[in-house]
Design a binder for this molecule. Structure first.
Ligand code: AMP
Length: 196
């Protein structure tokens, strides 16, 4: 299965992608995670991305498209993958289409996590508190001010992807405001129809 999980930051895409990844044995490809790893490793990409990510803005399309193109080539992605946090712009979606077409691949579906954005700000504050309680460092971009910038970036640059994929007849939706297990259930029921 080749999937895209679409939704604003804090909608639960990452949590659900991890579960789907485990259930179907396909990797979760999170551009946010890959960029954070590049920042931690101090690679050229990481050095370019760090300040942008800390501000909550989007890293240039060429950077993330390159990262994803390389990652999709790895053996564990042969049987499919879940793209989490990519594409983030229509230009990235077009680049992804071209990239997949050149490999003779297509997407099965795009799953949009529908959420109440007002509640997301609270969720993100909770996530920051929980991370702190575990003694782990809180992501700089998870503070409420930067989170609002990320939400705004989502609204302006990423939300149009919903209509973009709906227009291609490729959009499914899940109610992301349900409890975590209920979202998983809805997702599993939905994805079962795409399994090979
Ligand atoms: P995330 O963990 O998906 O919320 O991503 C964290 C940050 O990484 C974002 O706020 C962006 O700065 C950057 N990022 C992640 N994915 C992308 C992408 N597809 N395009 C541009 N920037 C991205």
């Amino acid at each position: 299965m080749r999937l895209i999980f679409l939704g604003p930051p804090g909608a639960g895409k990452g949590t659900q992608a991890a579960r789907v990844s485990e259930r179907w044995g396909i990797p979760q490809l999170s551009t946010g995670d890959m960029l954070r790893a590049a920042v931690a490793a101090g690679t050229p990409v990481g050095r370019e991305a760090k300040a942008i990510m800390d501000s909550g803005a989007l890293v240039p399309d060429a950077v993330v498209v390159g990262i994803v193109a390389d990652r999709i080539e790895e053996p564990d992605a042969k049987g499919g993958f879940i793209l989490d946090g990519f594409p983030r712009t229509v230009a990235q979606a077009d680049a992804l289409d071209a990239m997949l077409a050149s490999k003779g691949m297509g997407l099965d579906t795009v799953v949009e996590f529908v959420v109440d954005e007002a509640i997301l700000v609270e969720r993100i504050a909770t996530r920051a508190r929980e991370t702190e309680a575990r003694g782990e460092p809180v992501r700089k971009d998870d503070n409420p001010e930067v989170f609002k910038t990320r939400l705004e970036a989502y609204r302006q640059q990423t939300a149009p992807l919903s209509a973009h994929y709906a227009g291609k007849g490729m959009l499914d939706r899940v109610d992301g405001m349900q409890p975590i297990d209920a979202v998983t259930e809805q997702l599993v029921a939905l994805l079962t129809k795409y399994q090979g």
